[in-house]
Ligand binder design. Structure first.
Ligand code: JAH
Length: 276
């Protein structure tokens, strides 16, 4: 997979060369090229921003440097060995107004041979840049959640790490990919390691029992409890896809503690907990 990033802070993307991602790059699974947007300015002050048309707070990124920079990304990527002349990247644009990035999107992105990222700063990028780019390549505005960062760079770090670790051969143990949070629709169970007692706190006895069926039961109950407490939104989605009859009695008991009752073949929350 090739990844191009356009930014006014190339140093911010230095972590893409480290640790987990370093391994993917060394193995030839991932090639990251960072481009400095200011290389595509032509004035003495290398200006990338200007006042918003129509007035208002802050500054907007000028279209001309972006047009040139994205043209250069297309040209550079097409000349990489093994890629045909008509190839285009999927252009991801981190923005608080984008589609929310999640694990399912990470799995879709890992199937792409070429991703490009346009990192905005200030109030964002002149909208015509995205319209113009969309005539040549697919464009996807993407958000990490409902908060505002100083720019798209941190979102790129998060997205590239989430996608790169799904490349075959990056994470050593394939099981650790299947079993993790968000892959099964519930949060993950709590984990422990040695020593069995630490500061007076015991590793739960069932985990020391070696009884694999009991351990699996305990873990499923803990997934349900955690999800009910921390992510009731995810639990509601998970339960909507299930018939109460298919869940063990123990699980239905835990759900009942959080107000979820089985009622004519489906779950309804009758008594949402006030607090805990
Ligand atoms: C802020 C350009 N949802 C995470 C996220 C992504 C991007 C930005 N903010 C938050 C952002 C300013 C300018 C992008």
């Amino acid at each position: 997979m090739r990844v191009d990033v356009v930014t006014i802070f190339p140093e911010y993307l230095a972590p893409l060369e480290l640790s987990l991602l370093g391994k993917a790059r060394e193995a030839g699974l991932l090639e990251v090229v960072v481009h400095d947007l200011r290389e595509h300015t032509h004035d003495r002050h290398r200006t990338v921003d200007d006042s918003p048309a129509g007035g208002g707070a802050g500054m907007v990124m000028r279209p001309e440097p972006w047009g040139e920079a994205l043209d250069a990304v297309l040209a550079a990527g097409r000349s990489t060995p093994g890629r045909d002349d008509g190839a285009v990247p999927l252009l991801l644009v981190p923005s608080p107004s984008g589609q929310v990035f999640d694990q399912a999107m990470a799995h879709r992105l890992v199937g792409q041979p070429w991703l490009a990222f346009a990192c905005g700063r200030y109030e964002g990028i002149d909208e015509r840049v995205l319209e113009d780019a969309a005539e040549r390549m697919p464009v996807l505005p993407v958000s990490l959640g409902d908060y505002v960062l100083g720019g798209g760079e941190v979102a790129v770090l998060a997205i590239v790490e989430a996608v790169a670790r799904l490349l075959p051969g990056v994470v050593g143990n394939a099981d650790s990919l299947v079993e993790e949070s968000h892959e099964g629709g519930l949060l993950e169970y709590p984990v422990y390691t040695r020593p069995a007692t630490w500061r007076g706190r015991e590793v739960p006895e069932v985990l020391q029992s070696g009884h694999h069926a009991n351990i699996e039961r305990w873990r499923q109950v803990e997934r349900l409890r955690r999800t009910a407490r921390r992510r009731p939104d995810l639990l509601a989605i998970w339960l909507a896809a299930r018939d109460p009859g298919e869940l063990p009695e123990e699980d239905r008991g835990v759900l009942a503690e959080f107000g979820w009752r089985a009622e004519d073949g489906r779950f309804r929350q009758v008594n949402p907990p006030v607090a805990d």
